[in-house]
Design a protein. Sequence first.
Length: 247
Amino acid sequence: MKPELAGMILFDKPTGWTSHDAVNAFRRFLPAHEKAGHCGTLDPLATGLLIILAGRTRKLQAHMQGLDKVYYGTIKLGVTTDSGDITGKVLEKRPVPHLILPDIQAVFDQYLGEISLPAPVFSAVKHKGKPLYHYARKGISVPEKPRKSTVYRWEVLNYDPHSGEIENRLSCSSGTYVRALAEGAGTKLGCGAIVQTLRREKIGPFSVDEAINLESLKGFKIEDIKNLLEAGTMKLFQFASEIKTKG
């Protein structure tokens, strides 16, 4: 029987990396036969918590993807892009009206509860078997793909009228597209908006404060990965036990 390495890794994904890049960074420590996968994509722009499951724990992947999320970041008013974030091609720039923090909070509050918003054109949502970004990169228009989700709380933490930047924190269900929320709020505020920075702080009970970062990973050896996976397995068992108790 081949030796098995299984468990959960909480990784603080750096900006510029895809979720696939992060999985590959850990996969190189695993035996060739062992598989690994992540539990919920983060855009290359975004940083923060990415859950990676290896070995037999991958059977929990679908369940972990459905957990609630918490995001922190900044939204830029007065600009729209084709991707809904700062990495996209600028489509329009508009003057930002005079706003104070309560004005913005009032708009954010309109999104509380169950909502339905179109998935961003640069997303992995499928159309005829291919992700939307496949069509967007080729300039091909496709029908909007509304996605239902729930916003529990969307808080304005700070607003800088000089830069038009909104510091915010969002608590939401799985399947919530932050770029779609930012674009919708920008439309309601009359000037457009994009996601400027984004960081995932929590997935269910798991926090980015518990996660390993890229700098720590650089010095890792196989024994370190084994210990990390074992610790992650214990967290998974504790999580499963709490769910069973609540149920």
